[in-house]
Every structure is written in structure tokens, then in C-alpha cells.
Design a protein around this ligand. Sequence first.
Ligand code: NAG
Ligand code: NAG
Ligand code: NAG
Length: 640
Amino acid sequence: TIESEGTILEKNREIHTLLEVRSIDLLKSTKEQNRLEHHTDRYHSEHLIIRRGQTFQMLIELSRAFNSKTDKLKLDLKLGNLPDVSKGTHVIVPLVEDLQDDCWEAKVVEQKGNKIKLSVNSPPTAAIGKYKFCVATSSPTGEAMSPYSPDNDIYMLFNPWCEDDSVYMDNEEERKEYVLNDMGLIYYGTDSQIGDRPWNFGQFDKGILPACLFLLERSGAPASGCGDPINVVRLLSAMINSPDDSGVLVGNWSGKYDDGTAPTFWSGSSDILRQYYENGGTPVRYGQCWVFSGVTTSVMRCLGIPTRSVTNFESAHDTDVSLTTDVYLDENYEPIEEYNQDSVWNFHVWNDCWMARPDLPAGMGGWQVVDATPQETSQGVFRCGPASVAAVRNGQVYLKHDTPFVFAEVNSDKVYWQRTADGTFTPVHIKKNAIGHCISTKAVGSDEREDITHLYKHAEDSEEERIAVETACQYGSKAGLYNISSANDVTIQITMDEEEPQLGADAKLLITVKNTSSELRTFSIHGQATVMYYTGVYKATVKKDQVPVELQPNEGERTQAIISLLIHIGLLLPINFEISLTSLVVNVCLFTSQPEGDAVVGKEMKATVVFRNPLKITLKNVKFRFEGLGLQSVREVSYG
Ligand SMILES: *[C@@H]1O[C@H](CO)[C@@H](O)[C@H](O)[C@H]1NC(C)=O
Ligand SMILES: *[C@@H]1O[C@H](CO)[C@@H](O)[C@H](O)[C@H]1NC(C)=O
Ligand SMILES: CC(=O)N[C@H]1CO[C@H](CO)[C@@H](O)[C@@H]1O
């Protein structure tokens, strides 16, 4: 066939005109394949949100048809303040014939007129964050570049669905719970009265993803480090508390919260993260451990790291890296308060984050403890973790990060030291089962409590557990402790004769003494009942008593109600109201809610909410806080 001269001219001109980008369509709406395939359709955001290590599509409209022989096209992505090709924060994505895993590449999958559809691949190690995006073209006539536009920003997240991502989790039900569930329960109280507190994680709420990325940016860490979840969770554990770095939440255990929100008053994380972000990074007042943990779960799930809130009961706080919880007594068995810095919290809440640990020996991957409550500094900063739960279980406290501290929280022995005549201390009693009970998290796919103590420690008194404790203590500041032979031949056990004491009721303690020697033993029991903050900090002594006891040889076990303790409501209330408001606030307000009529999308609906006060005291200055995920932001109602 003979082409007319005009057509040839037309073709030549076509090849020789500059190739430019007319428009970019990132196929980013929540109903598009990209958002559905990447499990990001629930984010309230207009932007393209994708997960690394997985292909996504885009449509590019050009000034003329694309000619793969003479034209070139590259995607250009920039992350952070100092994008750098060698650090992976300035990415130039070439067009290829066939996509391979593990690298940035794009392929033309469809061409129609001036439009091309691309399939783009990212490596499973890509840094997460907000990438600025543009397209560069070149043709024999010259080069062109589309402008960066905020509309085309691409949000890249971790990908627990991708086998090569180090946060990969192979069970879909678990991914649904630990990444996609935006509601949860946080446990609190004591090991014999475990309460649960509903928490709205709200990781998909409007503005939460930008707030989480703002946190990473504010940490000042280079964007190139944001591909490593070990690094990211460590950064965030520092940024979620306010000391050192003006992070999200100010901790306050004072009992007075007038110039902020009481820690017990929060019901979810989104309000906190939004406040922080909208005020340009001013720390939000106030939080305590469950708030720090709730916010941590939200931020991690939002970024794609499988995470859960975990509560430990009888949680020790080891201040001197001895890996023991030490109680110092004087010659008369009176506690020496100024030495007793270690404390045992009724409960403490932290987080488990799921990831591989290529930096540690094999077997240490999986759940990692991350704790954002500011307790002790780690390398000069208030942060904690990630510490491998497997390492904690085995007492391998030399494996980073902060494993000794976590080990002491769940598995330290409580060691009683007595002052001797020359002023030094000798261990007089070691209590092995005092610390770390009923470690709890919400079960996958239900509102049941799952006990995960076995993940953190071997069975109490098993040989493995003793080996773990003794291994750990070799690395502590009081190594050599377990060289003492325990010469105690009288054992003492204290039990409560009924349930946990209630506010306003008496509590009776049963003390069982047992001789294991062949001689007569006389001694006295010193009893002391003190009021503690739930953080284990001493507040006041309620009652002190001393009972002489004589144990005959051959006398077996003797159980006696020796001390009857009167925990008087008048004595306890002022203190308890200050400290454990948590249990009060939550337990007081058992409520039922009843919708009136049918719920119709887009129509207002009436509901009746009934609160009941189970206490025998009148509550004053009552405030209610209502929150509905995706329905309305927090609303406060003062009831008086
Ligand atoms: C705790 O809150 C009280 C009252 O709102 C305030 O006076 C105190 O300074 C706060 N403590 C900390 C550590 O922020
Ligand atoms: C404890 O015992 C071990 C082995 O029996 C010994 O090597 C170590 O020096 C002892 N430590 C102290 C502080 O006595
Ligand atoms: C229960 C118990 O261990 N009792 C001991 C008390 O002391 C006598 C002394 O002879 C022992 O024989 C018992 O075993």
C-alpha cells in the first residue's frame, strides 16, 4: 500500500513532537482495585494508599500516543526532606517488559490512544511514608516532567499480606484482628478482678494516617530508616510519650488533671492523635499506661504493623537493672522507704508488635514488646523495645532492645533484703511467683480475653522457668544472688479468705505457716497493710501488726486467721479516688443503650442510654463521653 504523503508527514511530526503528560489518574478511590487489593479501602482519605511489595495500577494520559521504541517514561517518587537515590528515598522507576519482585518497576499493561495503563511494583523493603509523585518523559525531541501535585501523593504502608515483608503474618483472621480491627478491649484492674475497657483505635479515621506520618517526621529520623519496622516501632515508642521529643501524650499520675483530660476519660485514640496533629505537635494532656498503649496500637495498625495491647498484672518496675524486684527491710523488718524504688504495678499495659528479627538469632521473630509509657530511659530516651517475647521467655536478656526491663516486669523474683549490723544487705527471702500474672489481650475475632502468659514465661516452678530467671540475673546488677542457699525452713503463705476485698468491706487474711525443720522454731510475723497507687508507689500505711508464733517440732501445717484487716472506706476513698479512678469510672457506669425505631442510613436516630451506679456513694461532677467510630467525633455531656 502507498501511504499518502500527508500521513507520513503526520507520523513524522507525531514522533518529533514532545511527549508530555496531560493527566495522571492514580485509581485511588476506595472502590478501585488498588485500595481493595491493598486492604486500604477503609481509610477515610482521598489519596492513593498502598502497601509495599505489591503491584498497583495507574492511568497516564499523554499528549500523543506512546511509542515504546523511541519514547521513554519514568516514574519519579520522593520521600522526606532530603530525597536521595542512594538511600532509596528518591526512587526512579523504569519501564520494563516483565515485572520482577523485590524492586521498583513499572510495565505498560494497556495502551489506548493517548492513554497508557501501568502496573507498578515496589520492593517489600521500601520505606513507608508519603511519596511525592511525578512522571518524567523523554522523546527524541526532548524531555518533560509533570509537576508534583499533592493530589498525586502516594501513601506507602507496611504489608502484612506480603510474604517478603518483615511484618508478614500468615493468618488472615489474625491480620483482620491485628491490622484491620479498629475496635478493641484493654484489660485493667488486678489479677483477681480483671476489668475490660472498650477502646476505639480508629486507625482509619479521617486525618489519622497523616498524624501518624507527622509523628515519624517529627522524630527527626531520616526517612530512609522508615523501611525497617524494628526502627519504626522503636522511634514511635519514644514519640508517643512527650518527654525528650514533644511526643503525643503527657503522662500524669498525680490524680489532678484540671488543665487537661483525665486519663480515664479517653475512650479512644483518634481524638488524641487529631488534637496532637492539629495543634502542630503540642503534647496532649494526660495519659496513663492504657492510653499510651491504645494510641500505640492505633498508630502501628494504621501504618500496617500487626499490633495488640497487652496487660500484665502484678507488673514489676525494676529501676536498677538488677532483674529482681527488691524490697529493703531494716533490722526490725520495717521497709526502708527511701531504698524501695522498685515497685509492682497492679497492672501495666504495653504492646506486642509482630515482625521478623533478622538482627537477632533465629527464633526471636514474632511478637515484640513495645512500651510507650515513659518509665525508664533507653539509651537516654524514654522508649522501650522492641524486645522479643521469645527472648523474654528464655531469659535471654542480652538480646536487644530493653529485654532486661521487660523480663523484670513479667518474671523477676521478689527479693527481700535485710540490713545487717555492718550496714550491708543480705537476701532473707525470695518470692518466686509474685510477678507477672494473667498476661492478657483480646482474642482474635471475639471479645474474649486471651491469656498469653505462656508466651512470656515458662510455667511457674518448671525447670525451664528457673533456668530463664537465673540466666537473666547473671546479666543483672546483682549477679551472684542465686548462689545463696535458701536456709529458710519455715514457709509462710498468705491468702485472702474470700474474694478480693471490696470498697468499704473488711478483708481477712489467712496466714499459713509450715515448718520444714526438725527443731523448735519461734519467730514473729510482722504484718503491714499499705495503700499503694496502682503503680505500686507507696501511699500510706493502714495497719501494722505483730504476732508471735511458736512452731513445735513435728508440727505440720497450721493455718490461722491471724490478722483481720479493716480496710475502711473512709480511709481508702480519698486515696483510691485519686489513684484508681480507672476502676471506678469504668465499673460505675454499666450502661445499656436502646435504639428507638429502625436505623436508616442518612437519617437521624434516637437512642436511650441508661447508666447505673453500683456504688453506695453518690457520684458528683459526672461527665459522660460519647464516641462512635465513623459516626461522630467525641461528645462530652456534663451531668453534674
Ligand atoms: C499533672 O496535672 C496537674 C494538674 O492538672 C499539674 O499541676 C501537674 O503539673 C501535672 N504533672 C505533670 C507531670 O504534667
Ligand atoms: C556464683 O557461683 C558461680 C558458680 O558456682 C561462681 O562462678 C560465681 O563466681 C559466684 N558468684 C558470686 C558473686 O559469688
Ligand atoms: C510439715 C513438716 O514439714 N513438718 C516437719 C516439722 O518438723 C518435724 C521435725 O521432726 C519434721 O519431722 C516434720 O516433717
